[in-house]
Design a protein. Structure first.
Length: 471
């Protein structure tokens, strides 16, 4: 038998199996592939106590659908199994496209009406979200006693699988987190909480686009006074906020907590809190300090570590309030991590320009027409406000001759982008046309527009002041 690498959530480490044993030799926890941390409904929490994933094989009746015509589809193969359904790759025989078909387990498995309503809530919640980073729901229906949802087929893999295949760079982790946070922001805007955020429920396309999926536990946010019965505890324990273990209502801040755990995992390939006992795990979430992600060995930006700490705050009010606020924080983190050279190259790709330089300073010579050229400097510089880095885009307009002062000020009043300033270059005081952006939020389009406009107006000012083209 070939060795298999499995994962122990009790020890929080990978275990290489040399035999058919399915439990950890150190702590006895059932080993998993770590691809799907199971979502649990804790109706029998007192009886179970231990978080032991169920790795039983799918029901043979579901497997019999493979290769068969089912509703409008031909079922091709099994993609995965969740807490209450199987997901198959299928071909839509009318539209002739691949799709994912999620089929509900037979009602004998659970309370049929409650299970069905939970299943259908996924379709209704996700169908309300039209967003590039949400796996789209196409339709739902029933055939031969099987209820199903037809979903967008995301060719790729789960984010969990992607992380297990190799470590992510902080920039890649921040980019995917931002994409999922933007989807979550739209869900929260529509009054929907996901309740089961985790890497296994985020899909990554072959082109590297992340999509939030599996709204099986999604709920509409309702006022607390309208809740008549105790709330059912549900979710994936490693990602659940402390208040959820206490039976409090899920809200956007509990989704934000799960996002904090996911960010920690993407950056470190570990979970902040682990235990094979659900009660102990709940206690860790409620009272244990959040381990510093940098203790895992890899250098990480302070901004990312601080966001994780904020998301994993024990008190909900101390976390980012929803997906929108989280997305704003992640956008700043991503901006600070991006390589300036790649941004500049992308920004000038469609401009009549050439560039040289490296690191945090680049010279771009732009053809502004009529045989004239203008040199634009793009560089990263420290800001005055608490050391925040800026992207500065500037171009020399000529010497700051006193006879040009009045004319320069008059021109400055009519420039729609950037401004004329004074700067000493090689010991000579010069007029400079420039603009600055916070590096954390500046994007490629802003750099492109600024380079184009600064070059144009710097050349115009130089021509009107001196009549020359010194660029």
């Amino acid at each position: 038998m070939h060795d298999q690498t499995r994962f122990c959530h009790g020890c929080n480490q990978k275990i290489v199996q040399h035999n058919s044993e399915s439990t950890c030799p150190h702590c006895g926890v059932t080993l998993t592939s770590a691809v799907n941390d199971p979502t649990l409904q804790f109706s029998q929490l007192a009886e179970r106590g231990t978080y032991a994933p169920d790795l039983a094989a799918p029901d043979d009746r579901a497997l019999q659908l493979i290769g068969q015509r089912f509703a409008h589809y031909t079922v091709e193969r099994l993609l995965g199994r969740g807490g209450m359904a199987w997901v198959f790759l299928a071909r839509h025989e009318t539209l002739l496209r691949p799709c994912a078909v999620k089929v509900l387990q037979r009602p004998e498995k659970r309370s049929s009406e409650e299970h069905l309503q939970c299943f259908l809530s996924e379709a209704r919640a996700a169908a309300a979200l039209v967003h590039p980073h949400v796996a789209a729901i196409h339709t739902l229906g029933e055939d031969s006693g099987w209820h199903f949802i037809e979903m967008e087929y995301v060719a790729g893999q789960s984010m969990q699988s992607r992380v297990e295949a190799g470590p992510l760079t902080p920039l890649q982790a921040a980019e995917w987190m931002l994409q999922i946070a933007s989807a979550l922001a739209e869900a929260h805007r529509q009054g929907i909480v996901h309740r089961d955020i985790k890497p296994a429920n985020a899909l990554v396309t072959e082109s590297g686009i992340a999509k939030l999926a599996d709204f099986g536990l999604a709920k509409r946010i309702v006022p607390l006074h309208s809740i008549a019965a105790p709330l059912a505890l549900a979710g994936t324990p490693y990602y659940m906020a402390p208040e959820l273990f206490q039976g409090q209502q899920a809200d956007p801040r509990s989704d934000v907590y799960a996002m904090g755990v996911m960010f920690y995992f993407l950056l470190t390939r570990q979970l902040p809190f682990t235990s094979r006992n659900v009660g102990q795990l709940a206690q860790l979430h409620a009272t244990a300090p959040v381990p510093d992600p940098r203790s895992c060995g890899d250098p990480l930006p302070d901004s990312a570590c601080q966001l994780i700490q904020d998301c994993l705050a024990k008190t909900p009010d101390e976390r980012p309030r929803d997906g929108q606020e989280l997305a704003c924080r992640l956008r700043q983190i991503r901006g600070g991590l991006r390589d300036l050279e790649s941004m500049v190259r992308q920004a000038i790709a469609c401009l009549p320009a050439r560039m040289q330089g490296r690191g945090d300073r680049f010279e771009i010579v732009v053809d502004v027409g009529a045989g004239r050229r203008q040199k634009v400097i793009v560089e990263s510089v420290p800001g005055l406000d608490h050391g925040e880095n800026l992207i500065r885009i500037a171009s020399r307009c000529g010497p700051a001759d006193p006879t040009f002062m009045r004319k320069a000020l008059e021109l400055n009043a009519h420039i729609p982008h950037g401004a004329i300033a004074l700067e000493s270059i090689d010991g000579q005081l010069c007029f400079i046309m420039g603009n600055t952006y916070p590096r954390a939020t500046c994007d490629v389009e802003e750099i492109s527009q600024s380079v184009r406009t600064v070059a144009h107006y710097a050349d115009l000012v130089e021509h009107q002041l001196t009549g020359r083209d010194e660029w």
